[in-house]
Ligand binder design. Sequence first.
Ligand code: SF4
Ligand code: FES
Length: 334
Amino acid sequence: MSEKVKVTIDGITVEVEAGMSILNAARQIGGEVVPPAMCYYSKLEGSGGKCRTCLVKVSKGSEKDPRPMPKLVASCRTGVMDGMEVQNITSPEVIEARKGVVEMLLINHPLDCPICDQAGECHLQDLSYEHGLAKTRYEFERRTFDKIDIGDKIQLHMTRCILCYRCVYVADQITEQRVHGVLGRGDASEISTYIEKAVDNDFSGNMIDVCPVGALTDRTFRFKNRVWFTKPVDAHRDCPTCKGKVTLWYKGEDVIRVTGRKDEFGEVEDFICNTCRFETKKTSDWVIEGPRHIANTSVISSNHYETLKPLPVIQNNPVLIESNKVEFERATKI
Ligand code: SF4
Ligand code: FES
């Protein structure tokens, strides 16, 4: 059995496996204690350490060496020690530093939320509301790029990219061949597909789901609707390529988008294939499980469809399938 250590985050003590990062230890506690993460993604190896939004204060290093760490640390890249004490929302220093990080990320990122497809589910938008300044101190011209179509299903708008590298890790780790990456350094860094080569493999669409901002968007969904007017519903199908567990986003009776199912930390539970995401947009392609639970802090939950009786999970049971149809019709009509 693996060794366990005790760590206290914002006054809450939790026992976790030795070697776990502070961020993941905080996720075991959940809620407000969890630092925001714009670049770390638990399903992508090597991710994290780029954006600094997850900074925390280690006020006690460990039981053996109680000295505090001299600087704020990236919680996604710092391992817990037995007896460690960490401050996240209880540290004014961390809140101040996070404000600075958000200001820095917004130097180049445009505040075009009203026309951005990611609005309503953008982590940078949430952070800006929480920590952002109403005005900018930046006097220079912001860098801007033309939009690039990466294949016929994905669009890259580099102007919005915060260089978190998540999409690069997706391309590297879950598609067969990496054809895009980050080129250039500093202000000149950009995601590029090497002569705009299309990313056309079975899992490339997952780049859209991992992008924390609106830099990579689904061309089959772009400008079709605002996400808070849609109704997310969990569904599955027997897919030979992936697990086939998705969220369908309905407008009336039409499926206008298919995505992976995101957990409370904004990460997909399972990566899905492009056939599920882009090619199967009829209700008859899917077995509907029921409304997707959306946190009530999200603007998407403004649709009150979840007040309906939750739909039963269907497992080839004709009675349940029939009753599900009735419930589902009610849910999508409201
Ligand atoms: S395009 Fe999106 S996922 Fe890729 S590096 Fe930029 S912000 Fe991150
Ligand atoms: S989430 Fe830790 S540095 Fe980005």
